[in-house]
Structures are given as C-alpha cells and as structure tokens.
Design a protein around this ligand. Sequence first.
Ligand SMILES: C[S@@+](CC[C@H](N)C(=O)[O-])C[C@H]1O[C@@H](n2cnc3c(N)ncnc32)[C@H](O)[C@@H]1O
Length: 236
Amino acid sequence: MTLRINVISIFPEMFDALGFGMSGRALEKKAIDLCLTNPRDFAKNRYRTIDDRPYGGGPGMVMMAEPLSAAIDAVSGIKTRGQSAGPVVYLSPKGRRMTQTDVELFAALPELTLIAGRYEGIDERVIQTRVDDEVSIGDYVLAGGEFAAMVLIEAVARLLPGVLGNDESAVQESFTSGILDYPHYTRPECFENLRVPEVLLSGDHKKIAAWRKQQALKVTKERRPDLLEKRSQGTD
Ligand SMILES: C[S@@+](CC[C@H](N)C(=O)[O-])C[C@H]1O[C@@H](n2cnc3c(N)ncnc32)[C@H](O)[C@@H]1O
C-alpha cells in the first residue's frame, strides 16, 4: 500500500532532502507517493504573489487565503475526486505537539495533506475552512513549515511496511513501548577503557532482554518520568 502525502509549500525543492536514507528508501519503494504543490501556481497575479500585509497592522506578512486554499483543494482530492481521502494538517507552533502515537496514526492513513506555512503564518480562514489538524514539532519557532513537514514525513516513512530493514527495529524504540530506548553497543568490546556490559556478551537472551528493559526504565525514570506516569495511567 502506498501512502500519498501531498505537501503545499512555496519551497518544494527543499523536499529533495527526503531522497536520502529511510525516507529515500520509502520513496524508492513507493511506500510514499510525494506530491509537491506550490501555492504560487495558484496565485492570481503575474508576480505569483501569495502573501500580503496583515489586517490590523503589525510586522511581517501573511499567506493569503485564496492561492493557498486553491492549492489545497487541487491536491487534497476535494476538487479532483469529490472528497478528501485524508486529513489536511497544518504544521504550526500553535498545534498540539506531535508524538509517536500521532506518527503511527498518520502512517496508517491512505493519504495526508501537509501545509508548510511561511512568514507570520497562514490566513486564519484557511484553518477554519480547510485544516483538520494543527501539529507542532516542538515549542520553538521555525522560519517555515518545510522542515517540520519533513520531520513528520521521515518519522512516518520508517514505520511503513517494508521500509525498515529489520521489521523488529521500530517495535523496540523510544516511545513505541511508551518508554525510552535502552543503550546500544557495537564492536569493539573495549573503547577507551569502557567495556561493553558483560550481560550483552553472555548469549543469554532472557537475561539480555531483562537488562535492556531495566535500562530502558532507568533512563525513562531519569529523563522522562512523565512517560512512566502516562504509561501507568494508560493515557498514551
Ligand atoms: C515564523 S513561523 C510563524 C509563527 C507564528 N507567527 C507564531 O508565532 O505562532 C512560519 C511557519 O513556520 C512553521 N512553523 C514554525 N514553527 C513550527 C513548529 N514548532 N512546528 C511546526 N511548524 C512550525 C509554520 O508552518 C508557520 O506557519
């Protein structure tokens, strides 16, 4: 199955960065069909203007409703197929903070439309009329939504069937089981006087699994006790 991801951005070339690593593999294997659309192609003047000054004054520019909504309608299926096959997500610092659970839900969809904002953001009426979900990648402000969209796409790409080399890997990671990941070691056995924990060399898979679980709980308790609380309340 292919996940179609429509991206609306005035800098579609930035998404070339997805051509590497795991997201590159997802594109190559057609696990993702990436459809990039520039709202400038829907601008009403020959200067391809997509932004204007904010009503009420203040600094910066705002992405105009008309070219943006026309771009969304063209790609999200509303115009071409009569109805949208998936949610329209606006990447925004005002959105709820994205978690691995959101990523898993996105990965299970047949289609997803992402809007990357620029300037001071997009006209509120586009959010009212076209946006189903507002998602933030963290409590800081980026200059545009492109990197945020790519963060979402890469996190989704690695969950799609056939993309990860070893199907087990995604299951054992941070957040997937509600806690952080255990520490990893590879050769050599001794690096700058630091030895690989003995248990990992023991070949005893039961003991190794127990040690990893205990290490994962320890690091979660130290760094993200909130995850343990959520886990015990069953809220995430
Ligand atoms: C300069 S920001 C606009 C910030 C907006 N005026 C505010 O204070 O909430 C321009 C665009 O970057 C994107 N963006 C910035 N920070 C983001 C974040 N933390 N998560 C997701 N998208 C973000 C959004 O698409 C936004 O429209």
